[in-house]
Design a protein around this ligand. Sequence first.
Ligand code: MCA
Ligand code: AMP
Length: 510
Amino acid sequence: MTNPLYDALLAPAADDDGVFMRLPDGSQISYRQFHDDVARAANVMSEAGLAPGDRLAMQVEKSPAALTIYGACLMSGVIFLPLNMAYTAQEIGYFLADATPGLFVCDPHMLDELQPVTATAKASCLTLDAQGHGTFRDRADAMKPHFQPAERTGGDVAALLYTSGTTGRSKGAMLTHDNLLSNARVLCDLWRITEDDTLLHALPIFHAHGLFVAINTTLLAKAKLLFLPGFAIDPVIAALPKATTMMGVPTFYTRLLDDPRFNSDLVSNIRLFVSGSAPLLAETHEAFEARTGHRILERYGMTETSMNTSNPYDGERRAGTVGFPLPGVDLRITDGEGSAALPDGDIGMVEVRGPNVFKGYWNMPEKTSEDLRRDGFLITGDLGRIDENGYLHIVGRNKDLVISGGYNVYPKEVELVIDEELWVKESAVFGVPHHDFGEAVVAVTVTEAGRASDTDGLGRRMKARLASYKRPKAIFEVAELPRNAMGKVQKNILRDGYAGLFDKPVGKMG
Ligand code: MCA
Ligand code: AMP
């Protein structure tokens, strides 16, 4: 009987009384307790009729109980589909219709709002709140802490993670046991993660970064988590002296640098800071080193691949670069059309191949074959160049994408919602630099002749349709959109035109 992820990440926990998680209230959860709770949750899922290969979707606040549901999916062979708390009922409806989960676990406060979409998708629904209470937990408490792990092969799908697309339609990336396990092994090795480590965990657990990069490596190495519900500056400052490692998006590091309490004494116990999900500005890298003596290790990944490259642990961690391909990962720069690699130094499309590269998009074979070449290379949509020392620089994106605080926003999805307004003739959505989120979403609209604009109404309607981080932080009315000779909207002109909008927080200007 095999089940690659359960065997490597969870089976060793079954008889281990060592600490797995420390929580902000001072309580802790042992590996054995976590394993028992995982088994109880697997029994709940099985009793609800879920079999290996079925999907469980979950939109709940971050909590240890939420993490046991991830573990239970691995144990029972059910495909785990975590969803951002920011998603609206309408967005959730899309995911449920596409993935057809047998069970949907949601926050009890959202139950009324979500019940119609759950009913339409014919999924059963259980609840779990931020404290770990709800109908899921009630059932779990009545279960035995034993469950026979399901048989799985390395090629079986363990998780389905939705990522937005250029067309405005989200795609479910199928990640297999082999994908996730190979990546966790490589990262543990490269970043020297051991049972002596305590990871400060302030990331959400519904994306690859906070879930796979952070949690899988911790479980594999039998390390410990300082498990915070999210990134809030005071709890993070309080937790730093007790941690040995921290993983974050660049916003975490700029927020720390903005705080006068953040200094080298506070982080004297830390051996490694890792950054990813969005570009870390070289100036942040340098300011961080000047303040703490630490060089942040920047790495580069994607939902479809987990991690692809990393700066070295021992060698030079170069600001503004994402380092070298991970062991086992092939990386080439192409012209995006043919598969021939361009010479080092040339800018082109980043393509990657390796055991980390996903199986394809759920129910979208055509999209899969568009992005995943026959020779196994995934076209990432990122533009990069390899320098004379072999470091990869991500210099831009071939995809129309805004990354705000580590969350991806595809302008098309937002434009489609704006363009539904009767008074809107056309719109363009783009990203501008933001002092806190790295980039922020901004929209411009052109008003139909003879109609009055209604941006307040648009704001209200977007609230019902789009997750908060996707909604424009500013909307401007313009007479016309800048277009090139081919009629294509020139977003670079818009980006440049509004570039200074969010340079500095209000009150800190000058
Ligand atoms: C919150 N808001 C945002 C964002 N987060 N707006 C734009 N971008 C964001 N990322 C808005 C809220 O809607 C709200 O708006 C206001 O900001 C304050 O919300 P709050 O919840 O208080 O914000 P926060 O808790 O301070 O959150 C900021 C954050 C968070 C800590 C940076 O966004 C975060 O944890 N980001 C991490 C994302 C991540 O894990 N990405 C990994 C993807 P209003 O006031 O109008 O309601 S995986 C990936 O990319 C690949 C695999 C990789 O390489 O890792
Ligand atoms: P996601 O679809 O949320 O998995 O986001 C993946 C995208 O985030 C990549 O294709 C890159 O565009 C971006 N990304 C991740 N890490 C980095 C990084 N270190 N530097 C620049 N971009 C990054």
